[in-house]
Design a protein around this ligand. Structure first.
Ligand SMILES: [Fe+2]
Ligand SMILES: [Fe+2]
Length: 288
């Protein structure tokens, strides 16, 4: 059973990470729609706005609550996030509120904090997020099913729809368990994230321009490493950590090169920065 202060801190730490992840999935969906599917793009934009508001509410409640280690882990923002948001906004025409990122720089850390009022605000926030993530999961699931059965064409891989659906389901599981004050709220995170990391590197491998042989080959090498980890029944934590760190470094380098226009691909800088933050989140969990 989680104590009240653990419940508050873990809820906000998870929401800071996941609400932003959901907001960005909406941006990726919106930017992948052919002009013909304007209605789907508009629905994705609505989800972007909802999760932006929920992230803002999370940031407001987070002051003096989040641990310093979580704040410095690179799972909420990286050195690239703000520039990646601005560049991706310019390139896609989709509004991306980077004020949220700037507000996150100013969250003050603490390890001990609890009041009745915060617990009740956090509980309401978690419930609001749960209903929004559940609606978003249905939207993603429809896109996945329609594209998998060739009734829809967009510029996101079908596997990516499945991947981001799994992330929404994982977020719902975590929040549901946190609402029950269940201390095993993040059970099975290793197999979940090993699978996600394997997906990431394969998606990156498939999105580099065919002329980018070096990046392709490095992605291919990392993908083979993650295949081994994913198939292993008892993966070693230090092995998982080292492979994820190498992946995080590769994503970081790719984001930097994308921002400097030094690598050709079908990935926006916000997309590679998003993948980078997910790797950093997994590294944070492995170190806990
Ligand atoms: Fe994601
Ligand atoms: Fe992911």
């Amino acid at each position: 059973m989680l104590s009240k202060s653990e419940y508050i801190r873990l809820s906000l730490e998870n929401n800071l990470f996941w609400a932003r992840i959901m907001k960005e999935h909406a941006i990726f969906i919106e930017s992948s729609m052919p002009a013909f599917h304007m209605q789907l793009a508009n629905r994705a934009d609505m989800f972007k706005q909802h999760f932006g508001r929920l992230l803002l509410e999370t940031i407001r409640l987070s002051n003096g609550v989040i641990s310093k280690k979580a704040l410095q882990s690179g799972q909420y923002y990286t050195n690239y996030t703000e520039a990646a948001e601005q560049t991706t906004q310019q390139l896609t025409g989709i509004d991306i509120n980077s004020n949220l990122t700037k507000m996150e720089y100013n969250i003050q850390p603490s390890d001990t904090y609890t009041t009745e009022q915060i617990a009740s605000n956090v509980s309401t926030l978690n419930q609001n997020i749960l209903s929004q993530v559940s609606a978003f999961a249905r939207f993603k699931s429809n896109l996945y099913v329609n594209q998998a059965s060739c009734r829809l064409f967009t510029f996101l891989y079908t596997s990516v729809y499945e991947h981001i659906l799994h992330e929404a389901q994982r977020y719902m599981d975590i929040l549901t368990k946190l609402q029950e004050k269940d201390e095993n709220y993040n059970q099975g995170y290793e197999s979940f994230w090993n699978h996600q990391m394997d997906d990431h590197i394969k998606v990156m491998r498939g999105l580099f321009d065919p002329a980018e042989t070096e990046s392709f080959n490095e992605a291919d090498r990392l993908a083979k490493e993650f295949d081994v980890i994913e198939k292993s029944e008892t993966p070693d934590k230090s092995e998982e950590y080292d492979a994820t760190k190498a992946l995080s470094d590769f994503k970081s380098l790719t984001t930097e090169k994308t921002l400097q226009c030094k690598v050709k691909s079908l990935m926006s800088p916000l997309f590679t920065d998003h993948l980078l933050r997910e790797a950093n989140h997994y590294l944070y969990l492995l170190q806990a």
